[in-house]
Design a protein. Structure first.
Length: 375
């Protein structure tokens, strides 16, 4: 009989943590596990992610977890959202409890993690923040991630403009915007086409942890100095996140275009010369950067963890000094070199670097992690 792993992820919006859950589930299945997934019943995207053979248990609230798991036979439980102390304590009494930490733990409530039998970090950077919080039950090896380039939906068409907003229908403003969205969608269909010059891109949800407005407060004046440079943004975010990013990008005028969240990231990366990261300290790994490199598109990222773990400087992209430290001077120097014709690296040539992010390498790390948790 197969061992059973019950995962918990009750996020309502599709993001990096949910894509991580997808390829973690696939690795478990390849290793011979039966996989169950506790999800939020209002999250409507799980059925489109191609997770064949996974059993779903929809819940309305996290408080339902103890009752649900108490009724299930002893298993290994892996969370993608840290449980509260009381819930974690109850679950750990019935099952082997492990958790994947997807975010640095600064300023976060970590008490629930003290009940876990094993904690797994997605990067060394995240692992250091867990240890700094005083937790000793931390797996020594970071799990890292996979360049998962499968479509986010079952059918992916051409790259066309979509809404750049995520609508939280609990907020009246977002509710009004969602009502207006179909009217906006009636405008002429806009399909992506490259414009002349150097094309930089963002392929990411426009969430506060990325800190794009703060990044471009420093970089937009530098970018604006180059006429033959365009910025293409593929992703969506809340009203305030999009508003603040638009404000920071005013110096670039019409050379910035918003395309909204796209169902097929594999179709986007080859359209860009370089993919830009956000600021580093609230990031955990940077799956979008890993995906870009696997697609052959180099990246530009701040020279700080976690990006120093996921980018091979000079081989799969370029790292530059945090622009908050030098007002964008290092980025400006790099941009001058790129505009003058500095050779564009092909990340696929950095085979040893990219191998760390293959499904086979990830499967091996997951096997070691699950053996440590189950034991």
């Amino acid at each position: 009989m197969k061992p059973v792993c019950i995962q918990i992820n009750w996020q309502r919006q599709l993001g990096g943590g949910e894509i991580y859950t997808r390829f973690f589930s696939q690795a478990l299945q390849l290793l011979g596990w039966e996989v169950c997934l506790v999800v939020d019943r209002k999250a409507d995207f799980w059925g489109r992610l191609g997770l064949e053979g996974v059993r779903y248990f929809p819940i309305a609230h996290g408080d339902e977890i103890p009752h649900l798991l108490k009724s299930m036979a002893s298993a290994v439980v892996v969370t993608h959202t840290t449980l509260s102390f009381g819930v974690a304590q109850a679950v750990a009494a019935w099952h082997r409890l492990g958790g994947i930490v997807h975010m640095p733990l600064a300023d976060r409530d970590t008490l629930g993690l003290s009940c876990y039998h094993r904690i797994f970090a997605v990067s060394n950077y995240v692992r250091e923040t867990i240890v700094a919080c005083g937790h000793a039950n931390v797996h020594a090896e970071p799990l890292l991630g996979v360049a998962d380039l499968k479509p986010r939906q079952s059918s992916a068409g051409p790259v066309i403009r979509r809404s750049e907003y995520d609508y939280d229908r609990r907020k009246f403003r977002d509710l009004l915007l969602s009502w207006c969205a179909p009217l906006v969608g009636m405008r002429a269909r806009q399909e992506f086409a490259r414009r002349p010059g150097l094309t930089l891109g963002i392929v990411s949800r426009l969430t506060p942890i990325k800190q794009f407005p703060q990044l471009f407060a420093q970089l937009a004046p530098v970018l604006a100095a180059y006429d033959k440079l365009n910025l293409e943004i593929f992703g969506s975010g809340g009203y305030a996140s999009v508003r603040d990013l638009r404000s920071a990008l005013v110096p670039l005028g019409e050379r910035v275009r918003f395309w909204g969240q796209q169902p097929d990231p594999a179709a986007i990366y080859p359209l860009l010369d370089y993919v830009l990261s956000g600021l580093p300290e609230r990031e955990a790994l940077g799956l979008n950067l890993i995906e870009a490199q696997a697609s052959g598109t180099p990246v530009l990222a701040v020279a700080a963890p976690p990006f120093t773990e996921t980018v091979a400087d000079g081989a799969s992209g370029f790292l530059y000094r945090d622009p908050r430290q030098d007002n964008g001077a290092a980025f400006g120097a790099l941009l001058r070199e790129l505009a003058a014709g500095r050779p564009r690296p092909d990340p696929r040539q950095a085979s040893i670097h990219l191998e760390r992010f293959s499904l086979a390498a990830f499967e091996a790390r997951v096997a070691r992690a699950m053996a440590a948790l189950a034991g």
